[in-house]
Design a protein around this ligand. Sequence first.
Ligand code: AMP
Ligand code: ZN
Length: 460
Amino acid sequence: MVLKIYNTLSRQKEEFKPIKDKEVGMYTCGPTVYNFAHVGNMRTYIFEDILKRVLTYNYYKVKHVMNITDVGHLTGDRDMGEDKIEKESKKENKGAYEIAEFYTAKFKEDLNSLNIIYPDIFCKATDNIKEQIEMIKTLEEKHFTYKTSDGIYFDTSKVADYTKLSHQNIEALREGARVDINNEKKNYTDFALWKFSQKDSNRQMEWDSPWGIGFPGWHIECSAMSVKYLGSHFDIHCGGVDFIDLHHTNELAQTEAATGVKPWVNYWIHGEFLNIKEGEKMAKSTGNFLTIKSEFIDKDISPLVYRFATFGVHYRKQMEWNNDVIKGAMNGYHNLIGKVKILGNKIGVVNNELKDRFLESINDDLNMPKALAVVSEVFKYGIPNEDKLATILDFDKVLGLELYNLQEDIIPSEISKLAEERLEARKNKDWTKSDSIRDRIKSLGYEIKDVESNYSLTKI
Ligand code: AMP
Ligand code: ZN
């Protein structure tokens, strides 16, 4: 079945066609590790996890790379302000590397609690300074850079299609030049590739480079590391919508300029925001943020309730955070668990009609609200409980709600199959075959007992 996905580049839903036959390269921008991730951030990572699971469900092999920003992301947009990690290091009176390590570990805990599958490669900006310097050198050789008193900048006027991702009006953007504080920049949209350490800054994270001691600008890490791990042309690049105008636009301009390969990425896929109050985005910098720990773990609520809650709103629509949403999700999630539990522990066969409907929903630009409706239908469908369970567990490969853990004594399908074969053999009075299957079942760790004209299975 065709997978359709909305591409920010074309502003259209497109049929997904990978570069290589069944392999997909996917890069997702990771966290800046100067603080805990908030529930808004986690909405984006859940959406990306669903995308990856949907690709896998469609039999694609996904190579997923995620960066960890541990240097160079400044407090102000457009390369102004302090480095977020260094700032936090002073505030907490800890080393910058210690800060980054601590919040990276906390981020991974959040991923675990939400059952988000880890990327194949986590890569830290500070581990890839050499690659970033190499890319800046290439840009310099190709005359895309210039020097100011505080760093090496990318000249965006050299790129004709600079706004092809954001679809912004370049003239309107240049108007911004009037209010830009950095008057050494040639164009308002130009951005730092390398920043010089200031004499009085006492930076902990700094490196030597052909241009002097300093540190990379925020955007260059994603360009350098994605090319390193996925090549100069790959399939998917994701993030939240706030990355479109600045971070992704700059990544795109400098990567295509450096490699000369166009397009760098075929599908740009962005998730909408979680708002704390109507229309107000949740952001680390404004301090109005809530975490998985504060809102779920500390309140003894499973974080999977949040995962479930995000399925109720399409990823390209804004989601509001409020008590009603979470209460509704709690009811919905527990209701689902209750229904799965009473299906028993025998796994039958996946119902193809339901599977097709589920697939149709997720393949229609990850329509999770529609997919949830198909999940509800399973319980009402006129099929045996064991087939309902098989179908639900199959859907859970995408949902990731850990529904397979609910049955205390679930019987693997291989064992059920052998048990059925043995039942058949007994019906045919083939005692030799029946005994040999019993031994085989035992060797796999299960005991089969005859119960009237049926059987029971228990784990040894
Ligand atoms: P950051 O750690 O701020 O660099 O952001 C990490 C990811 O979270 C990025 O993909 C952002 O686009 C995304 N993000 C930031 N704030 C929100 C929000 N309120 N809702 C959804 N995603 C967000
Ligand atoms: Zn990035």
